[in-house]
Design a protein around this ligand. Structure first.
Ligand code: ADP
Length: 499
């Protein structure tokens, strides 16, 4: 980590933060209460900016604007082609402003700038072009029914969508949610995570620059129990989409049910297995399983956080996994070549350190890391535990940090049983050269995504979502459109059937 130490000094990104208010009815406005909250730079633990803090009253204002835009406004009445063109124009604006938007994203979240600039921001543009492509290809069916009836289905927008997103991928989560909702002709009230409010406000402005009518997308920055709860329980919000913890997923589902029974899609926690078979190229397996866990500071709901290694290659794998973790470049996210920045917040930092302590107390073998990196900022050294047993907390609960838990297995039936013995079912990684094993595992694992000899492939067209307590519904791809459409059957009696 000597390389890393040398590039740990905070860089001052050149950016002025101009958008800090709520976006309601096409205008940036203060919170009704006048309150503001600080958003923190995870590299320095200092305040980046104070942002308007929305609560119930602001959500009410935003919902009113969204209802008006849906009922009276031009949005659902525009042709699908016109809506599509606005989404494409927005994608072009994202490309034009990619340096600025990536800087905001990394500053607010601590993720490496190269990752924001070269992967995530281009992916946001790609997602909006993908959904723009769908806007004018959404149509119903002509249905053959018994009797003299002409039957057709209309696929209509649901209305006002409430969307609550997390802090680990602020812009991508914005795109996964806003893209399909707009393509289908809905209007939106979106709440960003309180840790990362900044990039979505710029994205919201650019969408309006691209021609989005006022009131179609409203952004309320604020906290979960106030602004978030107001969205989940609002009587005039017709659909709720949530990404976050399983615990809060239950809270918002309950609120949705107890208010107006709005349908809910949930993308929640995970504890994804990454299974490495005996025939694997060990160097490649080490690299991919390292990426599967450590990507984005380990803050991925689908992180490959249970590394199952076949006993015949276990010792060599462990030695090489340790060497790779030691080589991981931790440092300021604005320095070139940095692979890992700080964790998002003081709270997450302490939660992760708590899991590391628990791992040691319960007898897992700490192979490397396990402590803070540097003196300032929420940095944690890449950490590996070996010989982790199924009943240990670190193999059961989501850590959401740079902590890899490695465990040994003997047979494929055994590893299937152990991998599936989790309340979560978001994703799995399989690393093998044996096509039969790949087929067996892909079908046996009870998860929403199986990545075979790859991981974290997030193409716009590939659906993503969970089995079990990882949630329900699918985002991205054609499947995401179902979340934002109503199906109306129109049945017309035929007076004089020709037959
Ligand atoms: P994480 O543990 O990743 O922060 P959370 O589930 O706490 O995940 O947060 C995800 C999103 O849910 C954030 O936007 C947060 O503000 C929001 N949230 C938290 N609590 C509630 C709540 N009680 N009602 C609605 N939204 C909430």
């Amino acid at each position: 980590s000597t390389v890393a130490e040398s590039i740990h000094e905070p860089v001052k990104p050149s950016i002025s933060i101009s958008l800090t208010k709520l976006l309601i009815d096409g205008k940036f406005v203060d919170a009704a209460s006048g309150k503001r909250f600080p958003t923190i730079d995870p590299r320095t633990e200092e305040v980046i900016a104070h942002v308007a803090e929305g609560d119930e009253e602001d959500v009410n204002r935003a919902v009113k604007a969204a209802c008006k835009a849906f009922d009276k406004g031009p949005w659902p009445k525009m042709t699908a082609y016109e809506r599509s063109k606005i989404l494409i124009r927005f994608a072009d604006l994202i490309d034009e402003h990619s340096d600025e938007i990536a800087t905001l994203e990394s500053l607010d979240s601590g993720k490496p700038y190269e990752q924001s600039r070269n992967i995530e921001v281009p992916m946001v543009a790609r997602l909006f072009r993908y959904y723009a492509g769908w806007a004018d290809k959404i149509h119903g069916l002509t249905v053959p029914a018994d009797g003299a009836y002409s039957v057709q289905t209309l696929h209509e927008p649901i209305g006002v969508a409430g969307q609550i997103i997390p802090w680990n991928f602020p812009l991508l989560m914005f795109a996964w949610k806003v893209g399909p909702a707009l393509a289908c002709g809905n209007t939106i009230v979106l709440k960003t995570a309180e840790q990362t409010p900044l990039s979505a406000l710029l994205a919201g402005k650019l969408l309006h620059d691209a021609g989005l009518p006022e009131g179609v997308l409203n952004i309320v920055s604020g906290f979960g129990p106030t602004a978030g709860a107001a969205i989940a329980s609002h009587m005039d919000i017709d659909k709720l989409a949530f990404t976050g913890s399983t615990e809060v997923g239950k809270i918002v589902s309950r609120a949705a049910a107890e208010s107006n029974l709005k349908p809910v899609t949930l993308e929640l926690g995970g504890k994804s297995p990454f299974i490495i078979t005996e025939d694997s190229d060990i160097d490649q397996a080490v690299e991919l399983s390292h990426f599967a866990l450590f990507f984005n500071q380990g803050q991925c709901c689908c992180a490959g956080s249970r590394t199952y290694v076949h006993e015949s290659i276990y010792d060599e794998f462990l030695e090489k996994a340790k060497a790779r973790a030691l080589k991981r470049v931790v440092g300021d996210p604005f320095q070139n070549g940095v692979e890992q920045g700080p964790q998002i917040s003081d709270e997450q930092f302490h939660k992760i350190m708590g899991y590391i302590k628990k791992g040691q107390e319960e007898g897992a073998k700490l192979v490397t890391g396990g402590e803070r990196f540097g003196r300032k900022g929420y940095y944690i050294k890449p950490t590996i535990f070996a010989d982790v047993q199924d009943e240990m907390t670190i193999l059961k609960e989501e850590i959401f940090g740079p902590v890899q838990s490695i465990t040994k297995y003997k047979t494929i039936p055994e590893v299937i049983q152990r991998a599936n013995a989790s309340p979560y079912g978001l994703a799995a990684g399989v690393f093998t050269k044996n096509i039969d094993t790949a087929n067996t595992l892909s079908r046996a694992l009870r998860v929403g995504t199986v990545w075979v000899n790859c991981f974290d492939v997030f193409d716009a067209a590939i659906p993503f979502g969970g089995y079990k307590m990882s949630g329900h519904g699918r985002e991205k791809g054609v499947y995401s459109l179902n979340n934002y459409l109503q199906v109306k059957a129109v049945v017309t009696s035929i007076k004089d059937p020709a037959w």
